[in-house]
Design a binder for this molecule. Sequence first.
Ligand SMILES: [Zn+2]
Length: 329
Amino acid sequence: MISLINRYVTAFGPSGNEDEVRSLLQADLKQLGAETQIDALGNLSCLHAPGKDKNRSRVLLMAHMDEIGVMVSHIDAQGFCRFLPLGGVRAPWCVGARVRFGNGAIGIIGAEPHEGSTALKFEDLYIDLGASDQSAVTVNIGDSACFDRPLEASGQRLIAKSLDDRIGCVVLLETLRRLRSTPHAVAFVFSVQEEMGLRGAGVAAFGFDPDFGIAVDVTRTGDTPKARPMEVALGKGPAIKLRDSGMLADPAVVRSLRAAADHAKVPYQLEVLEHGTTDARAIQTARSGVPAGCISIPCRYVHTPSEMVDMRDVEGAIRLLVDLLGRKL
Ligand SMILES: [Zn+2]
């Protein structure tokens, strides 16, 4: 599975530029014998609905294809690019980072001399593509870049860019691959532009009209020095979300997820997240409302070039989902 994850986390996919990730998924889903559809916004979906029971539940599983990134807003005479963030990038974490554009151009993020105690802002930063002047710059206004880092494995821990949320995409793929039978009609949806405000998820959920919706995404942890106390740590199992700043998970969905984890003997954690939300919020508020929840992969350093997850949590999330979908909810 590491080589599968490696293909996904090294792919280029800042919000609005999900094509490469979508192509990878289309190829992998085709290998599993699944038919795919793409809607007007670019969400990729695949319906797994064996059997002919008209009264079966419609279950939506969702992970987002896009990752955080930067977009060029101005190029000066010396060839330095100013940029805006795509999604929740933080300026102080960008300094020294390498970024990669869709055409393969690599830049590094530099910072201007900064005085005082205030934090670095995006206006203090620029991308240096190594160009001698503006005419040598190979990117244009509006071009997007993602962080550029290889995947590293250290024991059970994986370190990479864009584990948020390519790890969710891999969890969905593996769940479909291992799913033997299900009494439900299950849509596996890979959404666009989550990092820009859940923009793909709402229309995808409207389109499928689910009875239940579950997002698979990452969440923060409380297991680093001086972290704000939070009952989520790496390696203790997938987290079942109870709340975040955008939603309260549906209690019946939470019960089903906990029951599936118990049944499959998967250790799990309960997540109460202070800041941030996921596609589950957009699913929950689609149409006239959808009972929704979220399975979170604990992740340190979310939205930096080096996010970290534990493979035991990833494996647990897959086993939990396979168990959940295999039985009546
Ligand atoms: Zn995410």
